[in-house]
Design a protein around this ligand. Sequence first.
Ligand SMILES: [Zn+2]
Length: 285
Amino acid sequence: MPELPEVETIRGDLAQAVVGRVITTVEWLDARIVRGDVGGADLAALMVGRQGAAVVRRGKFLVWRFTSGEGLLLHLGMSGRLTVGPGRGEAWPRHTHLVLALSSGDAVQLVDPRRFGRVTWLEPPAEGPGGMGPEPLSPRFTAARLGKILAGRRAPIKAVLLDQRRVAGLGNIYVDEALFRARLHPARAAGSLESREVASLHRAIRRVLREALADRGTTFLDYRDAHGQVGGHAARLGVYGRAGEPCRRCGAPIVRVVVAARGTHLCAHCQPSPLVSGLDAETNV
Ligand SMILES: [Zn+2]
């Protein structure tokens, strides 16, 4: 699933293509991906003639804002791709759910084989979803703020970091990577972290996101940027997708376990288990 660095990369690409451009026609809209009060046929009619004002990201969501004040909320789900390219003369790929032709001659296409992506019409002021936690790259996301988010929680730290209500935009890849960098076992109770561990985790989250953004995201299977290119960060991952390969820090084999019902990659040497270290028990009884 695209996470913050991938969605932010697409945001930048999409903004370049649509800001100042007018949607001239809705060439295809699969009503099954439409959410909210405005249904598919109405949505198609509403979008025509709108001029792009900005594209903003909130967590893993994008909002394509129009100069008229309305907007389109986009979520790429598990496997969605949002691409920008020549609008005519090419067959749409399978699983195309949305094609919007632009005044530039380009078209924006949403292609999603697993169909978890969705679009929603937004009335002014066209904000992203509410109830989400802080953006981890914003100045407001301080180590103290992270400490407050984790404090008192007995849930595994991985589960808390994946919860979009606590921190926005993180998913399986970057949570595993941040915990590896901070040398924290994903099953540690969130509330068991000492302040130096919280500070280390805070640094690790921001660093891994910044590096992945610089690499234009991580591609395993589906993710492509809006020009159809893969992200470059996979080669630099420390643990995610590397089960059986040597830890880049200590050489021990990376293992895959299940934490918070998610496949989780870690180095058992660098990230000692709470059951062995007793850290969990110390702070939770
Ligand atoms: Zn290691």
